[in-house]
Design a protein around this ligand. Structure first.
Ligand code: GN1
Ligand code: MG
Length: 411
């Protein structure tokens, strides 16, 4: 049997379209893991974490023998791999994931949410979605002897995901796809979904955690980031800016980064939303805001050159159009009116989370280098500063898109 190896803290990157700079990784015949960055530099990753991933695949109800398994994706929390299984002449790919149970405390219930959402989406004509493969014991996950939770999903072929949109159509499609996702879940039957991470988008709570991390200052990093601490504290008002308690609670995605949508590789039409771990009751504006945060900017959240971090109003317009197209039938006037504010709140929230994690010594997000979380925080704050100069423009764009459909806003 081939032994596949991966490094626990390694941040696998792979099949998405490369704009900002990617690295690929591979396992050689001696089972050593190497990373190949976008400059073609090969480096061997040391202190590799040894596990037999193929055995995990074999716990699921799939036919064939696993002949290939590579790290994939660029998530900050879970570990993702693509496994190729062969049966006779037929080859089929699957996505294997280890659910980070430090972050998701109830993986079994999470998988219950996941499978309910997936089954419901499959009832919608013409839609594609992530499909979970049950384990041989009938559960939707496999719990291994080390206490790790694994899941296997069908791999969707012929698609791509983006780090930044290259044109309006791509931005429109990504936004339409997330909007359609929300629309499709309006009639999800059954009991309320479990909150996989309670208070996930409670910006005030995020601010409180930041304040606590600052008080503790376990790594003695606060003195070197004073400028950014002031930035956060000076914008505390954003914590309550959305006033979500006034808004309807709906089933939302909660992690609408641009790369959590698959587009058809050829037509570039939206195929489906992926990464369903945080699908739970929430506010549509968090989804909208998080998409704008990651899509209406010419660089990814890992960009090192802050001068490149700017808000793109034209892309924002395409996002509003795509999102509105899929959601205008159910969005309330109040929700629409806050589409201009939501991106600033979410960008602030993410900046606060990254800076908090930096102060805590990088306990939550995977990092590739010591200042990674600090740099991510700076990117968010730079983007927020840029957005602040476009508030009127954003309001005008939302009004224009509504008017174009003849919607008359009440109040
Ligand atoms: C995390 O793991 P990933 O990349 O799907 C995080 C999101 C952040 C994102 C920032 C459960 O998502 O909230 O927006 O990093 N997910 C969780 O890149 O915390
Ligand atoms: Mg995620």
């Amino acid at each position: 049997m081939i032994k596949f190896i991966y490094k626990k803290s390694f941040r696998p990157v792979g099949h998405s379209e490369n704009i900002g700079g990617y690295s690929a990784c591979f396992v050689d015949k001696n089972s050593s893991l190497h990373e190949l960055d976008n400059f073609g530099t090969k480096k061997t990753l040391n202190s590799i974490f040894d596990t037999t991933l193929v055995e995990k695949v074999e716990k699921f109800s799939v036919d064939g023998k696993c002949i290939h398994l590579v790290p994939n994706g660029n998530g900050n929390v879970n570990d993702t791999f693509v496994a190729t299984l062969k049966e006779g002449e037929m080859k089929k790919k699957y996505t294997l994931q280890r659910i980070n149970h430090q972050v998701f405390k109830n993986p079994a219930e999470l998988m219950d949410n996941f499978s309910r959402v997936s089954r419901h989406l499959q009832t919608k004509p013409g839609r594609r979605c992530l499909r979970v493969i049950p384990a041989k014991d009938g559960q939707f996950y496999h719990l291994d002897e080390d206490g790790n939770y694994w899941r296997l999903m069908e791999y969707i072929e012929g698609v791509k995901c983006l780090e930044v949109p290259q044109n309006r159509k791509q931005a429109y499609e990504v936004a339409r796809t997330f909007g359609q996702f929300q629309a499709d879940l309006l009639d999800l039957p059954g009991k309320r979904l479990l909150e996989t991470i309670p208070e996930f988008h409670n910006t005030s709570k995020r601010f409180d955690s930041f304040s606590q991390a600052l008080t503790l200052d376990v790594k003695k990093r606060a003195c070197s980031v004073k400028e950014w601490i002031d930035f956060v504290q000076g914008r505390k008002i954003l914590c309550d800016a959305l006033r979500t308690e006034e808004l309807p609670v709906r089933v939302v995605h909660n992690d609408t980064k641009i790369n959590n949508v698959l587009l058809d590789a050829k037509s570039e039409e939206g195929v489906c939303a992926i990464d369903l771990d945080t699908v739970m009751p929430g506010c549509v504006l968090h989804d909208f805001g998080d998409l704008v945060r990651t899509a209406a900017c010419p660089v990814s959240e890992d960009e090192m050159n802050l001068e490149k971090v700017i808000f793109l109003p034209e892309t924002y317009e395409a996002i509003v159009e795509g999102y509105y197209q899929a959601t205008c039938e159910f969005l309330s006037d109040l929700e629409i009116r806050r589409l201009a504010k939501a991106p600033m709140v979410i960008t602030y929230e993410l900046g606060v989370r990254f800076l908090t994690d930096y102060l805590l010594g990088d306990a939550y997000f995977k990092i590739n280098y010591p200042e990674h979380n600090l740099n991510r925080a700076k990117v968010q704050f730079s983007l927020l500063s840029s957005m602040e100069g476009h508030v009127d423009r954003m309001e005008a764009i939302v009004a224009k898109v509504c008017q174009s459909t003849g919607r008359i806003m009440v109040g």
